[in-house]
Write a protein of this length. Structure first.
Length: 429
């Protein structure tokens, strides 16, 4: 188990550049399986989940080469495998996104129910219903999902919940279906818009991405292109909240204000500064944050991935805050770890009450998932004394050069996981 040691009380100040989107990159990497020809994806983050997805593509018969500069070159022209290796699938939830593209390209696919962070029930029912509507024979056999179809056919698909992952999977798979597909109550996340733009470059015909109704007119094949991954809005939010928690000021280059609007509005509500310009966003806070209420919702609502980092900031705010988690029911487990640091909070079902305290103190805590690890880091940066966070491999699954970026802003962070990441990078070009 890797650990992160943080000496608190250091104000963050300076500039960093936003990394490529974790969620966007993983979805696009899976979508390259639809393409016949070479695809070049740039601005990929160097994180463990990306490395795992590179292995997945290679195991399925695609050529996949990731460079040290974050460029991925793939070619899935000659893929022949239809089953994803179970040992890779269990490492991350995003691995399930290869299921539909494999089916569209080979006529069959077999993928186990995925692993990843335990943040609550994340059933794949929406994925299964959508692909089944396209004409596939789908079977869920003891946690392994199989699908077969000689020819996928466009359909009208209503999503019971605007799931980002299911929307991406259905939209991508429908590109090679015969006829027109309508996805209603679709998710609207920026990563979905980015995927649609990538697929359209490849020759797909997708309209409506970013709205609740997406239309996909099927084509016979997709061709290779070059595409740049969008900035990671969750990473931007995490570092912005770290600046607020330490009363610092940080400029995040390449941050997209349109993608970060829900966070920007909440930061202004609690008394922080979020100033946009053509090159990024400047975040600062020169006073104790005010309490506020948060309700997590699909985009354009407040993102569930920033609920935990925001909760860490509200721990030391003026007043009492209420957080309603409407997406994942297990996302409050980090609150008990914050209590070890002196936080005053309690939760019941999907609601948490956080009473602001004057100061937190260092302690030994454990990151139970990716964003919980980010929240504990933010709390540790603002706390008096030293905090040791265990299980930080969760953090390095989703944040590129996390320790290095924090230290460049004036933090004092050390991690034994960083040495392992350096060894991985040494193997790259």
């Amino acid at each position: 188990m890797a650990t992160l040691t943080i000496e608190g009380g250091n104000r963050l100040a300076g500039e960093i550049t936003a990394s490529g989107s974790k969620n966007g990159a993983l979805a696009l990497m899976a979508a390259t399986l639809l393409v016949e020809g070479e695809v070049v994806l740039t601005n990929l983050p160097h994180i463990q989940d990306v490395y795992n997805m590179v292995e997945m593509l290679q195991a399925l018969g695609a050529r996949a080469e990731l460079t040290r500069s974050g460029v991925l070159i793939t070619d899935a022209t000659h893929i022949c495998a239809s089953e994803a290796p179970a040992d890779l699938v269990k490492k991350m939830r995003a691995s399930f996104s290869v299921w539909g593209p494999l089916l569209a390209r080979t006529g069959a696919s077999r993928v186990a129910i995925p692993g990843g962070c335990d943040i609550g029930a994340r059933p794949v029912d929406f994925h299964l219903k959508g692909i089944q509507a396209l004409g596939a024979i789908v079977r869920n056999d003891h946690g392994v999902v199989e699908a077969r179809a000689d020819q996928l056919v466009g359909a009208r698909i209503y999503m019971d919940f605007p799931s980002a992952g299911a929307t991406q999977q259905i939209m991508a798979t429908a590109c090679l279906a015969r006829g027109t597909t309508l996805i209603e109550n679709a998710a609207c996340e920026p990563e979905i818009v980015d995927m649609a733009q990538f697929l359209n470059k490849c020759g797909a015909r997708i309209t409506g991405a970013g709205t609740s109704i997406i239309q996909v007119d099927g084509v016979k094949r997709l061709n290779g292109v070059e595409h740049t991954i969008i900035p990671d809005r969750v990473e931007v939010g995490t570092f912005a909240l770290a600046a607020v928690a330490t009363r610092g000021e940080v400029f995040i280059r390449d941050a997209n204000p349109d993608h970060c609007l829900p966070l920007i509005q909440k930061l202004q509500e609690i008394g922080a500064i979020a100033r946009e310009d053509a090159e990024g966003i400047f975040f600062a806070c020169r006073r104790t944050p005010l309490a506020t209420d948060i309700v997590t919702m699909p985009h354009p609502g407040f993102p569930t991935d920033l609920q935990q980092p925001m909760g860490a900031v509200l721990t030391c705010s003026e007043g009492t805050s209420i957080i309603s988690e409407k997406v994942y029911e297990h996302r409050f487990r980090y609150l008990s770890e914050l209590q070890r640091m002196g936080a005053d909070n309690h939760s019941e079902n999907r609601t948490a009450v956080i009473r602001g305290v004057p100061k937190l103190h260092g302690a030994q805590v454990t990151a139970c998932d990716l964003r919980a690890g980010a929240a504990l880091t933010i709390a540790a940066l603002a706390a008096d004394g030293t905090t040791e966070i265990a299980d930080v491999e969760h953090i390095h699954r989703g944040y590129e050069y996390f320790d290095e970026k924090l230290n460049s802003l004036g933090a004092k962070v050390t991690s034994d996981e960083s040495m392992l990441m350096s060894e991985v990078l040494a193997c790259l070009e």
